[in-house]
Design a protein around this ligand. Sequence first.
Ligand code: GH3
Ligand code: MG
Ligand code: MG
Length: 417
Amino acid sequence: MMPVHQTSSPTLLFANPAPHLLSQLKQLGFNCLVADNLKQLFTLSHSLPSPQIVILDPASCPTHSLVPLKTLAQKNPLIFISSKQDTATRLFAAQAGGSAFLTQPLTLVRLMVQIEALSQRSDPLYRVLVLYNNSKSQMLIENTLKKSGMIVNSFNNPLELNEQLTQTQPELILLEHALSFCPSSTLAKVIRQHDLFAEIPIVYFSTQPKAHIHPLQEEGDDFLLLPAARSLLTKTVIARIKRWRKLCNHLTQDSLTGLLNHGRILDLLAQEVARAYRHQTPLSFAMIDIDHFKAINDFFGHPTGDKVIQKLAQLLKQTLRKTDSIGRYGGEEFAIIFPQTAASVIYPKLEAIRLKAPHCHLGGKVTLSIGLAELGKDTPTFDKLIKAADCALYQAKNKGRNQTIFWQNKRIPLSQP
Ligand code: GH3
Ligand code: MG
Ligand code: MG
């Protein structure tokens, strides 16, 4: 048993780990504890505050360990890493209450994505949008879902659809089947015309006992007859949003780092710009570029370059707030959105990150150039904000690299909004 690194990451408790993954996770600053066998794992787990994330191989779990594993899984997420894929092994992991089943050969990123998903103490609240015709059903839905802690927005004018989608960013839409304005399936088609909502779960509801609906033939996913299906309402919404979030994660994650990919970070920036105007709150945006990265690849090889990118990604995740959005903008370039925060607050944080830049194997510390911009009079739009951060980054490079520049040069030509 060997305690390593004390950082804010979750504790990872290993039994018979894959040695290469263990050493890479340690290098990235995860707290890793290793048990030599299952008995030691249980003892160690009892002595630690829950939750820890327990990582183990089903091949080292005898059948009689099922019951204690189930108990362990009640408080601590279990990740099984297996070199066997057969159904009996998978069944054992599922019966033991495993939260994830990963198969070898396993990349570090696949494991990290699971660790991060499981270490979120609480999921963000579910966001539901309701388009109704009948205010009684709207009240019933709002009351039921709000009791479960969801964010519910309702409207009854279909012409407000675009505005509602943009402002509320729903993860599921409840659509009353008999709308007076137009067939609800036509409206579902309009929802699906939006790239961001093309696959969003749409659940029809009706209060007409004779309603005869085939949701799958009408651009929808499900149908609930209210109030009879009231008890099903919350369960249906939660299950569908959970699955939707998984799908979104797959589509929006960068495969090397687990950060948001280029497309997603830009979508989010557009949303945050709109939100900043709506609520009159500040918004900052930064771009970080690793200096002379080509030389790292050239001297130490591409895999070492990849590790540097992963280490920096991990540093950003560990240092920044959950409400900040971090993306891999391209190659060795990162983009970060800081909602509701002025650049004056962000500047010192970025400087702290720059000073903590990761080491590159034998090559010493890498250095970072950082451009920072804030939404404002000279940077009033999404494009101009990006252009300003990019200009600041360019200035940082020109001034000798290894520095953070806040974009303030009003002489940089920017076209009118
Ligand atoms: P500067 O200080 O001006 O930013 O110089 P640089 O060498 O960092 O920038 P340049 O744009 O010349 O080179 C970036 C290099 O990053 C080139 C490309 O091969 C490498 N790169 C891009 N994506 C990846 C990746 O996923 N992994 C690795 N290892 N290298 C990558
Ligand atoms: Mg670079
Ligand atoms: Mg670059």
